[in-house]
Design a protein around this ligand. Structure first.
Ligand SMILES: CC(C)(COP(=O)(O)OP(=O)(O)OC[C@H]1O[C@@H](n2cnc3c(N)ncnc32)[C@H](O)[C@@H]1OP(=O)(O)O)[C@@H](O)C(=O)NCCC(=O)NCCS
Length: 272
């Protein structure tokens, strides 16, 4: 596994919040002195622990197959496939497209993010580390994401490119503000039905949240199933807002959650 040695920013003054509590006007502080808390500017790939391992490019199909199974009935995953202009498709054709989409997304995260698994691909998590994204031309080309232009129907494309992606992008930015490029992003996590309740998701999530705590960084996610927020709350995530995809007969809800780094929680006097 390739590890990045993280350069650190130098601490010159206290953080914005502590300046506030000390009744110091942030604008009184010269910009050049507003380099805040010691924090790696590049994230380190967390070392494998507790049975968690990093998925390689050669394994993208197994990882995607796990996610396809976990998200087989997920309203968001089906939102781009169960469209009126594909009503004539068989379930098999729709399933193949579902798997294909997850293969592209998984491969893109192997290239630009972090993909982890546990057991025999019993659970898989797709992460985007701080400051990273998969929007560049080369990643879209190499991952196969470009094929969605041909594989999705006209309505599927409207839902994916014109509604879903901009909504997710804008919501993340509105929720995290200037931390948008400085937070970990849990893009997907899924445990196969046969592996559920064995602690796999906890291990995959804690693998990165421990790192996020060390770095003093928030972790962001969108939850596509109303059963999940109570599970995520157990890991320290808090509800921030709900958003809706509105092009289907019934709106599809997504819960936006953020986990603040434990150290900061302590500073604020909250329970971790
Ligand atoms: C959500 C999901 C990833 C959880 O995976 P999992 O491997 O079964 O989770 P774990 O066994 O690690 O359990 C994590 C915690 O949630 C709790 N939990 C798990 N399933 C639960 C359920 N159905 N109801 C209530 N609590 C539950 C566990 O008790 C555990 O808490 P604890 O460690 O404090 O005891 C899995 O159910 C899944 O893949 N669902 C379908 C896909 C999906 O919705 N993914 C998330 C999209 S946002």
């Amino acid at each position: 596994m390739a590890k990045t040695i993280a350069p650190v920013a130098v601490t010159l003054v206290e953080s914005k919040s502590s300046l506030k509590s000390a009744n110091v006007q942030v604008n009184d502080v010269p910009t050049s002195f507003r380099l805040l808390q010691q924090k790696p500017t590049v994230s380190v790939v967390p070392p494998p622990t507790d049975g968690v391992r990093i998925v390689t490019a050669a394994e993208y199909k197994e990882a995607a197959a796990c996610l396809a199974e976990a998200f087989a009935e997920d309203d968001v995953a089906r939102y781009f496939i169960d469209v009126p202009d594909r009503a004539h498709w068989t379930e098999e054709e729709k399933w193949d497209l579902h798997v294909e989409i997850l293969e592209y997304v998984t491969y893109a995260h192997i290239l630009k993010g972090l993909v982890t698994t546990i057991g025999d691909f019993d659970a898989v998590a797709l992460w985007m580390p701080p400051g990273k994204n998969m929007d560049d031309f080369l990643t879209i080309l190499r991952s196969g994401m470009w094929r969605l232009n041909y594989r999705l129907s006209a309505e599927g494309k409207r839902r994916f490119f014109n509604e879903f992606l901009p909504l997710l992008h804008d919501t993340k930015h509105a929720t995290l503000g200037d931390r948008d490029d400085d937070s970990w992003y849990l893009v997907y996590i899924g445990t196969k039905p046969s592996g559920r309740g064995k602690g796999y998701a906890r291990k995959l999530i804690e693998h990165v949240t421990k790192q996020a705590d060390r770095e003093g960084r928030a972790v962001y996610l969108e939850s596509s199933n109303e059963k999940n927020p109570p599970i995520y709350r157990r890991f320290g995530f808090e509800d921030r807002r709900t958003i809706h995809l509105q092009r289907a007969e019934k709106n599809v809800q997504l819960d936006i959650m953020v986990r603040e780094p434990a150290a900061q929680e302590k500073k604020l006097g909250r329970k971790p």
